[in-house]
Design a protein. Structure first.
Length: 503
């Protein structure tokens, strides 16, 4: 760093110029005086010699003055540089000291922070070790509890499944006993009570099948032959409490493969049960069957409660079969969960929509993969009936006759008539007190007629691969032309014949 030029040295050439001017003036005066006093002949020589000496003197004086001025300026600059150097040295020393102090402060602070961090790290490591040990123990405890809960859940599901199987077996045995009692008894009151118990037992069997479906156990039976769609619908009707309010509209002649018939029947029973339960007690539920290229669409239309968008989405989620757990199931949603499991098992597609009747419509698509043609009907061989003198006589084709009396809440139905018509005839039958009491043979015939519908809607009651044990086939009576016959199992092995219930 160069010190600034002192104010006295700024005119750098002023002193040499003054010295030159003064020397020149003095030399000129001296030369003039010498020339003036010198002889005339020596004047030229003296003038030249004096002029030269004057010039040399002026140059020498100028150089000396300039050298003196330069030396003086150099001394001043040197002094300024020394002052600047001293000042810079003081600044360097001050900065060095300040830096040393700041460095020491930072070193001390860093050491303190390092010690603090080391202590905090040690504390955190201890706490982390304790927390890790606690979490490890907690994980072990939770793993043990989870494993225990899993075993308990598996045991509970297994127990429930076994219980459902025992309930199925009990319902099957009870239905077989009731069927045998229906064959033995001819009293109309007793027969009506037996049919009522038969229907209740069928509903209990459906509940056992539902539990079996939800727990992953084997449900129902596997039919050896295809079951006609009309029989599937009637079988589903026979497993619900409000079957009297169900109206079937079907002209389909397709059948469901035996391995899937029970599942389709069970799913339809759950949908029909929902439709009847959430409809007014007097409202009818209509079932339509339509054949499409993808399979068969069964539409269940009711005029009950209208489901909102949220309820529709929840119901469709339940019937998709995506929910595998049982935790979210409640008593009011078991049916849809069962439908979902069966739909996933057999490839069914179930959807909900608002019904044109004011309630909710359910569409169930039965895929072509499980559809087939109905099995040909084999001739029925009457089963032996011990302790009876003779088989019941075959009834004549339907002739005009007064409606049968209803006992125990179940109607006596004539062949070719719907249950609704039989229900509507109760009041007339109750007023008909002048009718003579039926004889034993007539009571047996009426018992056989009573059993026709029960056979059509009765679930399978025998082990897999065997046809259910039922009474001999009744003669066929003519029904309405626009309603197809319903098929139901008979007592010959692996045979599924057609009965005559109508819609």
């Amino acid at each position: 760093m160069t010190a600034p030029t002192p104010p006295g040295d700024r005119p750098a050439l002023r002193t040499p110029a003054l010295a030159l001017a003064a020397t020149a003036v003095l030399s000129a005066l001296a030369l003039g005086a010498a020339v003036a006093v010198a002889p005339h002949a020596a004047r030229n020589t003296l003038l030249w010699a004096g002029g030269s000496a004057a010039v040399v003197l002026c140059v020498a004086v100028t150089v000396a003055a300039h050298a003196r001025s330069s030396a003086r300026r150099a001394r001043l600059r040197l002094a300024s540089a020394l002052a600047d150097l001293e000042r810079l040295e003081r600044q360097r020393t001050s900065a060095t000291e300040e830096t040393r102090r700041e460095q020491q402060r930072l070193i001390d602070e860093l050491a303190a922070q390092r010690a603090e961090f080391a202590a905090e790290q040690a504390r955190l490591e201890k706490e982390g070790a304790r927390e890790a040990d606690r979490l490890r123990r907690e994980v072990l405890r939770l793993s043990g509890e989870w494993e225990k809960a899993r075993r308990e859940r598996a045991a509970a599901v297994s127990a429930t499944s076994n219980t459902a199987g025992r309930m199925q077996a009990l319902a099957t045995a009870t239905l077989a006993d009731l069927r045998a009692m229906e064959e033995r008894h001819s009293d109309e009151d007793v027969l009506a009570d037996l049919l009522h118990l038969d229907h209740r037992t069928a509903q209990a069997g459906r509940l056992a099948d539902s539990i079996a479906v939800l727990t992953g156990a084997r449900s129902g039976r596997r039919w050896a032959r295809p079951i006609a769609m009309e029989s599937i619908l009637r079988g589903a009707m026979g497993r619900i409490g409000g079957y009297r309010r169900v109206r079937v509209h079907s002209v389909s002649e397709v059948a469901v493969a035996g391995h899937a018939a029970e599942g389709v029947m069970h799913a339809l029973a759950e949908l029909l049960d929902n439709a009847t339960n959430f409809s007014p007690p007097t409202a009818e539920v209509h079932v339509y069957v339509e054949e499409v290229p993808a399979g068969v669409i069964v539409s269940v239309e009711d005029s009950g409660l209208v489901m909102g968008d949220v309820q529709l989405r929840r119901a469709e989620k339940a019937v998709t079969g995506d929910v595998s757990g049982l935790g979210g199931l409640t008593g009011t949603r078991l049916g849809l969960a069962v439908v979902g499991r069966l739909a996933r098992k057999h490839g069914l597609k179930v959807s909900f929509r608002p019904s044109a009747r004011g309630g909710t419509g359910v569409l169930m698509l039965v895929p072509q993969e499980i559809l087939t043609s109905p099995a040909p009907a084999a001739p029925a061989a009457p089963a032996p009936e011990p302790e009876r003198p003779a088989a019941p006589p075959a009834p004549e084709p339907e002739a005009p006759a007064p409606p049968a009396e209803e006992v125990g809440g179940l109607p006596k139905r004539r062949r070719g008539r719907t249950l609704a018509e039989a229900e509507r005839s109760r009041s007339a039958s109750r007023d008909d007190t002048g009718r003579p009491a039926p004889g034993p043979d007539e009571a047996k015939v009426r018992a056989a007629r009573f059993s026709s519908f029960r056979n059509a809607v009765r679930p399978g009651t025998t082990p897999e691969g065997d046809a259910p044990h039922t009474r001999p086939e009744e003669p066929r009576a003519g029904g309405p032309a626009d309603t197809p016959a319903v098929s139901h199992p008979r007592n010959e092995p692996h045979t599924h014949l057609e009965g005559d219930t109508t819609s």
